[in-house]
Design a protein around this ligand. Sequence first.
Ligand code: SD4
Length: 333
Amino acid sequence: MNRRKFLQWSAFTAPLLAYKTTGNIEKPIVVSTWDSGMPVNAEAWKILKEGGKSLDAVEAGARYIEDEINCCVGLGGYPDRDGIVTLDACIMDENANCGAVAAVERIKHPVSLARKVMEKTPHVLLAGAGAQQFALENGFALEPAILSKDAENAYQQWLKKSEYKPVINIENKKENGPFAPPFFEDGSANHDTMGLLAIDAQGNLSGAVTTSGMAFKLHGRVGDSPIIGAGLYVDNAIGAATSSGVGEEVIRICGTHLVVEYMRNGYSSQMACKKACDRIIQRDREKAKQIQVGFLAINKQGEYGAYAIQKGFVFSVKNSKENKIVPAKYFFG
Ligand code: SD4
């Protein structure tokens, strides 16, 4: 085979080979954190299946769960230790455009506010009162400052001890004993973060995250979720990643940026997530045994994967062939 023929051959087969190694992943595709990602994916899918943009899809998915008043994301989420719900969100597109809001109160759709920050300002992140002011100036309504029934109950339980020991995202709480917050007697989980990643029919990647953050946090505390490179990172040439769990540990290692960099170096999505979890564990193994962090990633070819420190992290996948919940692998079970 001469050089010209080889180049013609490889131009033709290389994409096929790349496609094959990813196990024939169908695009468009959307993946999101937790089992609550199923209806979120369904919402995003309405846009993706019509050939819509991944940015619009992830925003729509995040908005769906922000609307769920009985869910731990959005204004229905758990409050901070002062009884106030403060929300964090971010969004990022295929051109590294990104926007975020942190510690914003009484705004129903922080993900859309994050998108406004991205599209209407020269900034990336607005916080607190300034974020709320920007929301009102841009037509967002000021919602009443009330707690959902679930959040009110959980807060009243928490107030009995007012113990400043936030616990999140460790599943199977009854089994896990020491990790179990007392207010989850039915073993249900505190999924207060939704992270979504999508690839549209044009092959472009976007992601979004929305959360009420860690329950009973200090007022003003901001986690990883609205921090680009921590709770979300998108590099259209390589892939995207999102995280859930103890945000402080994710911020310390610039978690999702790290996952994307591992993918750039050739690791699969799952292995990249595993290596990022391991980075947290290597820093302080004993501490890591007490906390949960999970990463979810998708590469440019649509190959997705996740990994968590503890057992129990799951994610949801939707494309034209699959609609399922997948349990992530983990270090400590
Ligand atoms: C935070 N990472 O605020 C979020 C919490 C979370 O499911 O993921 N909860 O630290």
